[in-house]
Design a binder for this molecule. Structure first.
Ligand SMILES: [Mg+2]
Length: 159
């Protein structure tokens, strides 16, 4: 199985390197990856990165565990399809997204900030896994802070 790729924040992910690995579609986690947690705010650097990804011909989609349609305006503003209620680490929403983009899973990468949801979902459907640093570790859900980040630390993840 291909190794986990690590980057700083999303906008620091090397698009040329992904393309060289055969990646043609990028599935993006929303909260703390694409935008700040529970916010529609996107860093300027990320907007530039998205523009570059589009210009390079990558297919893009947002795949989020958000349970509401809160992120719909953000995805619309970016012109990206969005798959809510993804229930990562289950793989089904990622597979739906890949199908909608017309890409076989082996040409897709899932990019997200959570070791316990984003990455296993990608592994289960044979996609590349890219772990990014959260945009802001201070602004996260109580569950993420209290459980997920501690578990990640125990699994050896160090910021
Ligand atoms: Mg996230």
């Amino acid at each position: 199985m291909p190794e986990i790729l690590r980057a700083g924040r999303l906008f620091e992910v090397d698009l040329d390197a992904l393309r060289a690995l055969g990646v043609r579609a990028l599935l993006l986690d929303a909260d703390n990856t694409l935008c700040f947690w529970h916010s529609l705010q996107i860093p300027d650097e990320t907007l530039l990165w998205l523009r570059q990804a589009k210009a390079m011909g990558f297919a893009l989609a947002v795949v989020s565990n958000a349970r509401t349609r809160r992120l719909q305006p953000l995805a619309a503003r970016l012109g990206l399809p969005i798959f809510h209620r993804a229930m990562k680490p289950l793989p089904f929403a990622l597979l739906r997204a890949a199908k909608a983009l017309g890409m076989p899973p082996k040409h897709c990468a899932m990019l997200g900030d959570q070791l316990l949801t984003d990455l296993p979902a990608a592994l289960l459907c044979g996609m590349r896994r890219v772990l990014v640093e959260p945009l802001d570790r201070k602004r996260e859900s109580a569950f993420t802070k209290g459980f997920s980040r501690r578990a990640e630390w125990l699994l050896g993840r160090r910021p």
